[in-house]
Design a binder for this molecule. Structure first.
Ligand SMILES: CC(C)(COP(=O)(O)OP(=O)(O)OC[C@H]1O[C@@H](n2cnc3c(N)ncnc32)[C@H](O)[C@@H]1OP(=O)(O)O)[C@@H](O)C(=O)NCCC(=O)NCCS
Length: 205
């Protein structure tokens, strides 16, 4: 299958908003999903940091959103809202040293076909070629934590996933794509399945 990664544009918005619902179903809070106005703002702010993955005939298979944040912001390892400045990305800095991944969504019908990897390749390429970027960083949710809630805290669960004892539907693919685990942020965002925690990950050229 051919995966074409292109800049996210206005023509993708309707399908991109619908894709959010499919990629982050309940119990994930739908208030946290991108609306068209958010995506339009991301495109206006940082057009070459927003990606869409399409089939050859233009069907949207996946998207990913990114911002640029300062070194101090990245090093502080804070929660989602403080780090990115909410859905309109008020902490965006055009000279920021970290390309910060906000989300990645692959349509369920196109999963495990290399679409996520292609979107990650676009992220890594951007870090390698854009002046001033030293890393790609993100905080990854761990939706596979929920069934382990009674026996493990989120950090212990994440350690087991990193070591390969458990497979997590989100953290495991991101580790396979070449990201390195740094640490667990306990109260990253409202995310019942992940116990509100996230795994900080980075990639450097
Ligand atoms: C996580 C997600 C982006 C992966 O996308 P994808 O297109 O299916 O991933 P790929 O096909 O490129 O797979 C990349 C690697 O991860 C592996 N992988 C993919 N899904 C996996 C899963 N559920 N469990 C274990 N491994 C998985 C693939 O086998 C592949 O490994 P390989 O190259 O060693 O064979 C996708 O499942 C998704 O959109 N999930 C819902 C939204 C989400 O949680 N986003 C991330 C948080 S913001």
């Amino acid at each position: 299958m051919t995966v074409r990664v292109v800049p996210l544009q206005g023509c993708h918005l309707e399908a991109a908003v619908e894709l959010q619902r499919l990629a982050f179903p309940p119990p994930f809070d739908e208030e946290l999903l991108w609306k068209a106005e958010h995506l339009l703002r991301h495109i206006a702010l940082f057009p070459n940091g927003q990606f869409a993955a399409e089939t050859e005939d233009g069907t949207l298979m996946g998207t990913c959103s990114n911002t640029r944040i300062t070194e101090d912001n990245w090093s502080a390892h804070q929660n989602w809202d403080t780090t990115v400045g909410g859905p309109f990305l008020t902490t965006y800095d055009p000279n920021g040293s970290t390309l910060y991944g906000l989300d990645i969504s692959v349509h369920p019908a196109f999963r495990r076909m290399g679409v996520g990897r292609a979107l990650y390749r676009a992220r890594f390429d951007l870090v390698s070629r854009e002046t001033g970027l030293v890393r790609y960083g993100t905080a990854c949710r761990v939706p596979g934590y929920a069934p382990h809630r009674s026996t493990l805290n989120p950090e212990a669960y994440i350690q087991e996933v990193v070591q390969g004892t458990f497979s997590d539907p989100t953290l495991t693919p991101l580790l396979k794509m070449g990201l390195t685990y740094l640490e667990t942020i306990a109260d990253y965002m409202e995310d019942e399945e992940s116990g509100n925690a996230a795994a900080m990950l980075e990639w450097k050229p």
